[in-house]
Every structure is written in C-alpha cells, then in structure tokens.
Design a protein around this ligand. Structure first.
Ligand SMILES: *Cc1c(COP(=O)(O)O)cnc(C)c1O
Length: 391
C-alpha cells in the first residue's frame, strides 16, 4: 500500500486520488484514443514492464537496436525502431529522407543547404499532423487536387531537390490516394523513399505488414492508440537500410530529433503492449466491441431524427456506434451534442467527425471499462432526446 503525502491525507494512491488532489475532473472516454482526451489506457502488461524496467540501466543504442529487432519480429517486418509517438516518427522520416546516414547532414539539420529537402505530398493527403514533416527543415511540394491526383502529376514534380514522397493512410482519406504500390514503384525508380503515416490504422493487425508489403520504406504507427502502449510511444517499420538511418537520425542521438526521446521504461512498455496486442484474438475482440456498440445503438435508434448503426471499415478501425442526423433533424449540431456530453455529469467524451463539414459522430469502445457502456448509452440517449425535442 502506498500512502499519499499531499494534502496531509493518508488515502491510498489511485488515479482518482491523484486527479482529486489536483482538482481535475475525471472523464469517461467513449471517443477513442484522442491525445487531447488522454489517449488510450496502457495495457497492464505495459505498466508492469515499465515498472520493472526502472530497476536497470543500459546502453540506449543497444536497447534500441534490440527492441527494434524484437518489434520487427513481433510485427512480421524486416526492421523496426521506436519513436516518440507516430508524430515523432514523421519528424524522423523527413530527417532520414534528407540526411540518410550522413553524420554531417544529420548534425546540420534543420539547415538543409546542400541536400535535397523537398517532400512531395498529394493535396488530398494534407492533414492536421503534416507540419511534423516540416520540423527538420523540409519543404512540401504539393500536387493534385484535394480529391484526387494522378501518378503522372507526382512524377512531373520529381526533381533533383526531391528527398521523398509522402503517403497517408487515415480515416476518410482512402478515396484520395494514388495506390501505394504505384507510388512506391515510381519512388524506387527515382531512388527515393516512400514515407507513410499510418498512425491510427491498427487494428486490423494485418495492417502491421500491409503498407510495408505495398512498398512503403518507412511506415509510422502510433504505440499510444489501440496498441495501448505508453501514450508517448510510436514505432517505424520498414526496409532495414531506412530503419537504420531512422535510428541514426533519432533521439537519443544529437540532432533535430533530440527533443523526442523515449525512455527505457517506455521502450519496455511498448514492447510488452505490442506483444499483447499481436497475441489477442482479433475476432473475439471485435465481437466484444460489436456487442457493446449494439447496446448503444439499441438505446438511441428510436429517437426521432436519429440514425444509428454500427460501422467497422477503413474509416472505423473497430466497431463504432455511428450517429447521423436525418434530414428532418432540427436539434443541435454534432459538435453541440458532443459538448453537452462533455459538460454533463459524468463527463463523457464522444468522437465527432474531423472532416469539415461534420457529417457524423460516434461512440468508440476502445477505452470503455466495465460498466461504462451503460452510463454512456444512457447519457447519450437523454441528451439526444433533449436535442430532438428542441431543448
Ligand atoms: C494519431 C495520428 C498521428 C499522431 O500519432 P501520435 O502517436 O499521437 O503521435 C499522426 N498521424 C495520424 C494520421 C494520426 O492519426
């Protein structure tokens, strides 16, 4: 038993005691692993590994090399390395495309003089995280239109200044892509790497190898979303030569990524989480999520103006209870409903479409703990009924 010294109390330390002490209100996370709503719950295996890892010291290069090899093995890839979130992976990807393994170039970034520094990105692949690609000094060359692009347009943009080609896999983006296999063939014909951001595309677990087998040289995944490792972790999988460049360009080595360090505890936590994640029966997991989302749909489906159904597809990585308003809906907007959920007691975070205009909202079961789906469904039902009746 651990006693808490703050506030002179002898309460047992708990998550609740920590936030109570700070005056911070708890939240039921029914919206998925969104960073601003504190991500996902690290697996017990990850927490145990982090605590155990605090007992030892190591040489970090040795640890990162060995952990990278283990991740490659677990995920079925040729090579892998660890980053500070998928975002950290994007910074590393851009640095790698420009500096490769050249120690002088690595030390020089973010000053890019004397090296190719342009990254080609399709306009339909611009997204909220893409400024990370610019952090080490690179520049974008945008091609195509927001809703499409051709391989010829990409080829025409390649010059001696090109360092790499960006590819994004993300919900609501599938329709705007030049096929990754075509992009990779083009890139490789020009001796360029394909840098892929696939941060949130797990599960399905088959995606651990899908994008590398389609030809991406470096694929960035988040360790703090559904993998449920430490919130601050991510990993890159890809071709051995590019992964080695990534390690050289990444913290703890000095350079533009030095602010992105990952601790030995976080490394151990990510490994344990990935081992657990990859050994879970995805079919059984999906069935369980689907049953919970069925319960939510049943609670709200009869509300006038509300259409509720389960979606599980490219845009919805696990079964979600998706709500759309019928034409005749006169109630508050999706965002207003989400705000009401978050202002209610208990506070509940639900996901709102990140496209503009907003076209739907949904409940994500990833972070729901025992007994929470009933609370969430009940509150959602009340707030939607109020909305439908003009309150
Ligand atoms: C979540 C996400 C990121 C950021 O991942 P972190 O692991 O939180 O750093 C980057 N790109 C896309 C497309 C994402 O969905």
């Amino acid at each position: 038993m651990t006693a808490r010294s703050g506030h002179g109390s002898s309460e047992i330390l708990s998550g609740r005691s920590i936030i109570d002490d700070l005056g911070v209100t708890p939240l039921i996370n029914a919206g998925g692993p969104n960073t601003k709503n504190s991500g996902s719950r690290p697996r017990p295996e990850a927490i145990a590994a982090m605590e155990a890892m605090s007992e030892v010291f190591v040489d970090m290069d040795e640890l990162l090399l060995a952990a990278g090899e283990r991740i490659a093995e677990i995920t079925g890839n040729e090579a892998a390395t660890i980053t500070s979130g998928a975002s950290g992976g994007l910074v590393v990807q851009a640095a790698v495309a420009m500096a490769k393994g050249d120690p002088d170039r690595i030390a020089q970034l973010p000053i890019t003089s004397g090296m190719p520094s342009e990254l080609i990105i399709q306009r339909g692949h611009r997204f909220i995280y893409d400024h990370l690609y610019l952090a080490p000094g690179s520049r974008f060359v945008e091609v195509g239109r927001p809703n499409d692009c051709t391989i010829d347009e990409i080829e025409a943009a390649i010059t001696a200044e090109t360092a790499g080609l960006i590819h994004l896999e993300s919900p609501f983006k599938s329709h705007v892509a030049v096929p990754l296999t075509d992009l990779a063939e083009l890139a490789h014909n020009h001796g360029l790497p394909v840098l892929a951001d696939c941060a949130s595309m797990l599960p399905p677990r088959i995606n651990l190898t899908r994008f590398t087998s389609q030809g991406a040289d470096l694929v960035s995944f988040s360790g703090g979303k559904a993998v449920r490792g430490p919130q601050s972790t991510g990993f890159l999988v890809g071709k051995p030569e590019w992964i080695e460049y990534a390690r050289l360009n990444n913290a703890p080595n000095l350079g533009v990524t030095r602010a992105q360090k990952v601790s030995k505890e976080e490394i151990a936590g990510l490994l344990a989480a990935l081992e657990a994640f990859t050994s879970i029966d995805e079919e059984a997991e999906t069935k369980n999520y689907r049953a919970q989302m069925n319960f939510v749909v049943d609670q709200i489906a009869e509300i006038p103006g509300i259409m509720a159904k389960i979606e599980h597809n490219y845009d919805h990585y696990i079964p979600h209870a998706v709500v759309t308003f019928a034409e005749n809906w006169k109630g508050p907007s999706y965002t207003d409903i989400a705000d009401r959920m978050k202002a209610a007691e208990p506070r509940v975070y639900v996901a709102v479409d990140y496209r503009d205009p907003v076209k739907k909202m949904w409940i994500d079961p990833l972070n729901l703990q025992d007994g929470e789906v009933e609370i969430v469904a009940d509150q959602f039902r009340k707030i939607l009924i109020d909305g439908a009746s003009g309150k």
